[in-house]
Design a protein around this ligand. Structure first.
Ligand SMILES: [Zn+2]
Length: 349
């Protein structure tokens, strides 16, 4: 039989020093008990969201779900304290996205992988700033809605295609932060080698424009998530994924947006922005690799690391010229040498 935990039980646990104890995954929490946990968490962290689940207060289901799990198993999961906590996390991240003006109207969407081929996601036609846990939806990896009173987001296919292609992706966030979206509209990748946080936590690529919500759009994004955790969607917005949790996926948005804003300011100061050196970037890439974050630059030559050609021609290689010469095609070099000699001989003759 399932344990029902009330506010009184939790208060007793606090009084007797048993809080925070382990609450069984299948325990039923009364609404006031849930609110209590939420408040305690907020107090303890001094920050949102409530991650009772990630703090180990509420344990994850012992058996991972998949789309073939029985209806009652899926329903039990959807109504469990563990899933409630994940729903609260999504609502909180939605509030942050809206609060920072990274979403507009009912734009933006968020998803968390909760089983082998199942994800929890945001509904369509709801402002991400004002979602309630009961608004959220459960879908299989084909986008079929399994549970939830509201209809799932129309852009869910892209999130699911990321999760299918990148097994490490635990959570995905899509939004339209204005500065980063500006780069996406211009089709310009933000330059590199300027700010450490951006180098360590984000690996950015651009996907071409397709109609939002189409499988084709999802495909083009998914093609990039092997080596990138942030994708600028041309003429649309940004999507990120994290191997940790939904807050981490959201952090990538803050880091990217702050970066795009900063370099726009830097580019208007009348002096060329200074960049870090290739060895300095190499140090950051080592940290990045140790954090398990992908980056297409692992293993590149130092000369190739701070190549910002696309951003501002001329800022490319921070290495002395001898290395540049080493990179040239020897056959072409020999041909140029031979022609030069012929011309010189003609002139002499
Ligand atoms: Zn969008």
């Amino acid at each position: 039989m399932k344990t029902v935990i009330s506010l009184k039980d939790l208060e007793t646990m606090v009084r007797t020093g048993q809080y925070p104890g382990k609450i069984p995954a299948d325990a039923i929490l009364t609404p006031s008990a849930r609110d209590f946990l939420l408040e305690r968490e907020l107090e303890a962290r001094g920050t949102r969201p409530i991650t009772a689940a990630s703090n180990g207060i509420i344990s994850a289901p012992a058996k991972p779900l998949n789309s073939k799990s029985s209806k009652s198993e899926i329903e039990a999961f959807f109504n469990s304290p563990f899933c409630h906590d994940l729903k609260m996390q999504i609502c909180e991240i939605g509030r942050r996205l809206w609060g920072r003006a990274y979403v507009d109207g009912n734009g933006g969407n968020i998803a968390i992988r909760v089983g082998e081929d199942i994800a929890l996601c945001t509904p369509t036609l709801v402002s991400k700033g004002f979602m309630k846990p009961e608004d959220l939806c459960l879908v299989d990896f084909e986008g079929n809605q399994l549970l939830g009173a509201k209809k799932r987001t129309s852009e869910i296919l892209m999130h699911l295609q990321i999760m299918k292609r990148q097994p490490k992706a635990q959570a995905t966030v899509h939004c339209h932060p204005p500065y980063a979206t500006g780069f996406a509209v211009a089709g310009v990748l933000p330059p590199t080698c300027m700010i450490p946080e951006f180098e360590v936590f984000a690996s950015v690529a651009i996907a071409p424009y397709r109609t939002p919500g189409t499988p084709e759009m999802g495909q083009l994004v998914a093609d990039l998530v092997d080596k990138h955790n942030v994708v600028l969607m041309a003429n649309h917005g940004v999507v990120s994924w994290s191997h940790n949790n939904v807050e981490d996926a959201y952090f990538k948005m803050e880091i990217l947006e702050a970066y795009c804003r900063t370099i726009l300011v830097a580019s208007q100061l009348g002096v060329p922005p200074k960049t870090m050196t290739a060895p300095q970037l190499q140090d950051l890439l080592k940290i990045k690799q140790s954090l398990g974050i992908p980056d297409p630059r692992y293993g590149l030559k130092e000369c190739e690391l701070c190549d910002n050609d696309e951003w501002r021609p001329g800022v490319s290689c921070a290495l002395p010229p001898k290395d540049e010469a080493a990179g040239k095609d020897p056959e072409a070099e020999a041909a140029v040498q031979a022609i030069t000699e012929q011309i010189l001989n003609k002139l002499k003759g």
